[in-house]
Design a protein around this ligand. Structure first.
Ligand code: SF4
Ligand code: SF4
Length: 205
């Protein structure tokens, strides 16, 4: 799906795209309906339409619920729903051959992605240069403390620590290297359970 006023053939030729694409000027839709270039609802609507498994009613309900949950005003939500539904319909108009209604038995299967341990795909600093000598832990004003009773071992903290100060122990629990942890609290921001607390430092090293 490409957000442009050009037809798919033009985009494919310009960018040498060989696969199948759909084009629609979703910016134009939001400017007309919402009056601001906020694309999230219409982008979601185009994705829903392209999957071929999400109905217009489900889309309407999802946009409404999502925007209610972040406390937007009713009139703004209404405009977003209107724009999303317009986008849902427009894709079929612009690309009438693309969407042939599928029979129940032909519906695409939903692909479930497997789980891979975050340790496999997370950068870690193995050659830390002079970081150890600097002992950046003494920069901290507050010390992050993990509540291991509540920790689910999701390792979001390990993945997101910008200083590679979190490692994983043999049981899969995150371990903070306090000699180098700078106290930025990215780990707390990213922890889905918010079970990392702050303890005021008197002396960090
Ligand atoms: S406070 Fe910052 S440096 Fe320390 S472990 Fe958390 S994310 Fe890493
Ligand atoms: S992000 Fe939170 S719950 Fe997940 S491993 Fe880290 S401390 Fe535990």
């Amino acid at each position: 799906m490409v957000n442009t006023h050009y037809p798919a053939s033009h985009v494919m030729e310009t960018y040498k795209i060989t696969g199948e694409i759909v084009t629609l000027d979703i910016t134009d839709i939001v400017l007309n309906v919402i009056g601001k270039p906020i694309l999230s609802s219409v982008a979601a609507a185009s994705a829903c339409k392209l999957t071929g498994v999400i109905t217009k009613e489900s889309l309407k309900e999802a946009v409404f619920k999502e925007l209610m949950s972040i406390g937007l005003k009713k009139e703004v939500i209404k405009k977003n729903v209107q724009a999303a539904l317009a986008c849902f319909d427009r894709i079929s108009e612009v690309h009438p051959g693309y969407f042939k209604p599928k029979k129940e038995e032909e519906k695409d299967e939903i692909v479930k992605l497997g789980y891979a341990n975050p340790c496999l795909g997370s950068p870690s600093v193995y050659a830390e240069g002079n970081t150890r000598l600097k002992k950046t832990g003494n920069w901290r004003l507050f010390k992050p403390i993990i509540d291991y009773e509540e920790c689910s071992r999701c390792l979001a903290c390990f993945v997101h620590c910008p200083h590679s100060c979190i490692s994983v122990d043999e049981s899969g629990y995150p371990m903070i290297d306090y000699e180098n942890c700078k106290g930025c609290f990215t780990c707390l921001d990213e922890c889905p359970k918010k079970i990392i607390s702050r303890k005021r430092e008197i002396r960090a090293w």
